[in-house]
Design a protein. Structure first.
Lengths: 147, 263
């Protein structure tokens, strides 16, 4: 989680400075899809406030968005359909599109559908990377059988 | 399981509440002071990142622009070569048309049957691009406007060789004309561009700058064609005849089109 925190801080700076893609949203979405723990909520609120601060928008806006994304993703990943990792593509497309729509209504930003598609395509390599990281490099508690 | 879900929901709701508090506080500008403090740290970082991204973007743009410029340069070079080639062809055609027009003014096309020919090469003989297929025969005269160029020496179906008036093997009866009278003689080449007018009687008037014309004693050569002008008169009292150095009026190699007198 520390690593994610570090990456998210860096990505927030990059996104606020010049990156057109919403990498923070993608990372939070993907991690919520791969890992189900409370850390996702903390990452979401922290990244949301930081991004709001750096991007010069209302501090709570991105925090609420990211928290909602984490909550919805946590619910989706419990469905049987989420076992297929291709599910993340249409799901993330919908989420990214919804966030773009929200941005449009709240900040009067026009929707760039190509950017939404690029964000969606970026989700897949990010998903593979996060899954690889979580499965291979993160130590989990051993499962103890009760005898 | 249920308690975990409840805890999860509680955490979610509490964080949403915190976010809502942030939204409200920020909306009423209550967080301006801590924000301005933090911005003193973050703005230089953001600015540095922004400038870096702009510089990197410029580098990529430069690479792309230089690649495009190289492609454009290549295309323009090809276009220029094509335009130059077209221009050269047009100039050649223009010169030919001008030659035709001037030739029509010089020799009457109804009296003389002329065949236009192009020079292909030049060594001792001038090679032209038409031969026996177009009715060209040996000893026919080659002219340009009112000027005599030479005689056809050899003929093949598609090409012919022209013996120029400067060739030593060519001997033509000529006359020079000026205000005081005429001087008759025989013109022969000397290799190179110079010719000699020989067998001119001493009493016949001959001066520098006099024009030399064909006499028309040869059947194939029309009378009155210009061969050149007198550059120097060589007269010795102890010799029966006097001579004159004759220079052609123009360089044969500069001509784009010539005409062969068929009939």
């Amino acid at each position: 989680m520390r690593l994610f925190l570090l990456i998210l801080v860096l990505v927030s700076f990059l996104q606020a400075a010049f990156l057109p893609v919403n990498l923070c949203l993608i990372i939070i979405l993907v991690r919520s899809f791969v890992v189900s723990d409370r850390g996702n909520y903390y990452l979401a609120i922290f990244t949301g406030i930081l991004l709001g601060f750096l991007a010069g928008v209302n501090l709570g806006f991105w925090a609420v968005i990211f928290l909602l994304v984490v909550k919805i993703t946590t619910m989706i990943r419990k469905l049987p359909i989420a076992a297929n990792y291709w599910t993340i593509l249409p799901y993330s497309f919908l989420i990214i599109l919804l966030v773009s729509l929200l941005q449009r209504f709240l900040f009067s930003e026009s929707i760039n559908i190509y950017l939404v598609l690029i964000d969606t395509i970026l989700v897949l390599p990010m998903y593979i990377a996060v899954k690889l990281w979580e499965e291979r490099f993160v130590v989990h508690r051993g499962i103890k059988l009760k005898v | 399981m249920l308690s975990a879900l409840k805890d999860d929901l509680k955490l979610f709701l509490s964080l949403i509440l915190i976010s809502a508090v942030f939204i409200i506080f920020d909306n009423f500008n209550l967080l301006n002071f801590p924000k301005s403090l933090l911005q003193q740290v973050t703005i230089p970082i953001q600015y540095g990142l922004y400038k870096t991204s702009v510089n990197i973007g410029k580098q990529f743009e430069f690479v792309l622009l230089s690649r495009r410029a190289a492609q454009e340069n290549k295309a323009l070079t090809e276009q220029l070569a094509s335009v130059l080639s077209e221009n050269s062809q047009l100039r050649q055609k223009l010169a030919e048309i001008e030659g035709f027009l001037e030739q029509q003014n010089s020799l009457d096309a109804q009296t003389f049957n002329l065949v236009p020919v192009r020079p292909l090469g030049f060594s001792r003989f001038l090679i032209i691009d038409k031969g026996s297929d177009e009715g060209i025969k040996v000893n026919q005269a080659v002219i340009f406007k009112d000027n005599f160029i030479g005689l056809i020496k050899e003929v093949s179906p598609k090409k012919s060789k022209v013996m120029l008036s400067s060739d030593p093997d060519l001997k033509i009866s000529v006359f020079a004309s000026n205000e005081t009278g005429k001087a008759k003689g025989v013109l022969s080449g000397q290799f190179g561009s110079e010719m000699i007018m020989d067998k001119v009687l001493h009493q016949e008037p001959l001066e520098v700058e006099d024009l030399i014309y064909t006499d028309g004693q040869e059947v194939e050569i029309p009378r009155g064609l210009i061969l050149g002008k007198v550059a120097e008169v060589l007269s010795k009292d102890n010799e029966v005849f006097k001579q004159a150095k004759v220079k052609p009026i123009f360089d044969v190699t500069d001509l784009e089109i010539l005409f062969v007198v068929i009939e």
